[in-house]
Ligand binder design. Structure first.
Ligand code: ADP
Ligand code: MG
Length: 518
């Protein structure tokens, strides 16, 4: 068995790794770290949850001379959440070495970032738009950067960052070490790699089985108008530890989160329109379980690694099979079991077949949970809560009253009434959500074995890149104001997002995920 000691890393780095609870390198780490330590360029392909962050961070941290007072490492990520997540992992991995790192992303006060930059970070983890902003203001200089990482490169290109990445990379000295990570390898990634990497080594860990065996995947056929009822019944029946519910647009997320709160669920929404502070607050509450139901858009939840998510519910079916795979991959992490439910409207059944075909996994059809099943689920939870109070013996001040009541009433009657009270049967809230259009199968999809141009609806070549350039600017501006542009995407039929060409074996799920032993 290979251990982290075998790579010849500095002791203080190995110590930090061990303290994180990483016992052995994951397959992508085992393959990547030796190449990266020799500063050879590489392209790493592996599904989410396989430990890519540490795969590039460990060699990067190991290599940095902390006496330096300049930016030597640059990591590009598609979203601010990922920038923060990567920067947190780097902080933990470098705690004994004292490497300084700083996340830079749109939506946070730029003056604050400029102040923090005065601490002379060694590593910048940034989203392309905001990074360019700093470069233009000359508050970030890339002339000393010797290592560049493109994390989730496919996602960055999907978000229209190609030109920004090209501008940024052309400012980094050519004499450098470049690593590109991506879950998929469509042709535009290969093009980017050809342009900016030198003789890259290809490292891939492609799972043999496409869909994660630990995730039970179900679907329910429902009409758009029944969805909310279906959702609350499902939540009651399944009583998830933590659930992520995906909605197609930001409006949808807002409406859903609010409706769930009204019905008494500990729910909140996450999407790009929230301020950075609001998003951080939501994520913190979700991580410490004071929110049990997180409603999110794809972009907002992409790559998020929260342990203990027992359920993923696709309130709206995603346009793109890969989004489906990414979404359901938020559960079943770290070898735990998870359940994914998808709501499919009658007009979306074809689209479901399309997703099944690409992910090579048939979903199990389930009936809409009945009111009785939902109630049963809720009652079970109430009974569990009740028994846990019995176990804790923290009911002393109620005892006298209990004895008094029992003298007059039957114990079954009393207990049943208490259970009813505690369960809080839902009075009809009459929730109205703004309906969403159904998703449809992309016309130009064909078998999909070859790579190729993924922006099918824009047409190949110049025309499409021209169109996308215009859109990119809009989205970019949005992003810096803190939007994720999800709505636009659904409105134009997912022009630059939904038509990703599947890549045969790669369009799938990891076999196994890794996480800290906790
Ligand atoms: P990816 O970027 O490939 O989606 P992450 O880097 O986010 O995956 O890692 C997923 C989880 O696995 C994180 O919680 C991370 O801390 C954990 N992890 C990474 N490497 C290891 C390891 N060698 N052993 C155990 N857990 C690990
Ligand atoms: Mg990652």
């Amino acid at each position: 068995m290979k251990t982290f000691y075998d790579f010849g890393l500095e002791n203080r780095v190995v110590r930090a790794i061990t303290e994180l609870g990483f016992e052995e390198p994951t397959p992508i780490q085992e393959k990547t770290i030796p190449i990266a330590l020799e500063a050879r360029d590489l392209i790493g392909q592996a599904q989410t949850g396989t430990g890519k962050t540490a795969a590039f961070s460990i060699p990067l941290i190991n290599r940095i001379a902390t006496s330096e007072q300049k930016i030597v490492g640059l990591i590009l990520t598609p979203t601010r959440e990922l920038a923060i997540q990567v920067s947190e992992e780097i902080a933990k991995l470098s705690r004994y070495k004292g490497v300084r790192s700083l996340p830079i992303y749109g939506g946070q006060d730029i003056q604050r970032q400029i102040r923090l930059l005065r601490n002379k970070p060694h590593i910048i983890i940034g989203t392309p738009g905001r990074l360019l902003d700093h470069i233009n203001r000359k508050t970030i200089k890339l002339e000393d950067v010797n290592t560049v990482v493109l994390d989730e490169a496919d996602e960055m290109l999907d978000m229209g960052f190609m030109e920004d990445i090209q501008s940024i990379l052309s400012l980094v000295p050519e004499e450098r070490h470049t690593m590109l990570f991506s879950a998929t390898m469509p042709s535009n990634i290969q093009k980017l790699a050809q342009q900016f990497l030198r003789n890259p080594e290809h490292v891939s860990v492609i799972p043999k089985q496409i869909s994660a065996p630990l995730i039970q995947q179900n679907y329910v056929e429902v009409h758009e108008k029944q969805k909310f009822d279906a959702l609350t019944r499902l939540l009651d029946m399944e009583s998830p530890d933590l659930a992520i519910i995906f909605g197609r647009t930001k409006r949808r997320v807002d409406e859903l989160a609010e409706a769930l709160q009204k019905c008494g669920y500990a729910a909140d929404g996450l999407h790009g329109d929230l301020s950075q502070h609001q998003r951080d607050t939501v994520m913190r509450k979700f991580r410490d379980n004071s929110i049990e139901v997180l409603v999110a858009t794809d972009v907002a939840a992409r790559g998020l690694d929260v342990s203990g998510v027992s359920h993923v519910i696709n309130f709206d079916l995603p346009q793109d099979p890969e989004s489906y795979v990414h979404r359901i991959g938020r559960t079943g992490r770290a070898g735990r079991e998870g359940t994914a439910w998808s709501f499919v409207t009658p007009r979306e059944i074809d689209h479901l077949y399309f997703i099944e075909k690409i992910t090579r996994h048939k979903l199990t059809r389930k009936p809409l949970p009945s009111v009785a099943e939902a109630l049963e689920g809720k009652q079970k939870i109430t009974a569990e809560k009740l028994l846990s109070i019995v176990d804790s013996k923290e009911y002393g001040e109620y005892k006298a009253l209990a004895i008094q009541l029992l003298e007059q009433y039957d114990s079954v009657q009393l207990l049943a009434a208490s259970l009813k009270l505690l369960t809080g049967e839902k009075n009809d809230m009459s929730i109205e959500l703004t309906p969403e259009e159904p998703v449809r199968v992309k016309k130009r999809f064909n078998d999909g074995r070859q790579g190729g141009h993924r922006r099918t609806s824009g047409g190949p070549g110049n025309h499409s890149s021209h169109v996308n350039r215009g859109q990119r600017r809009d989205r970019d501006r949005d992003r810096d104001r803190g939007r994720d542009g999800n709505r636009d995407r659904s409105r134009d039929g997912g022009r630059d997002y939904g038509s990703r060409k599947p890549q045969g074996d790669t369009a799938g799920k990891r076999e196994r995920t890794y996480s800290r032993k906790d």
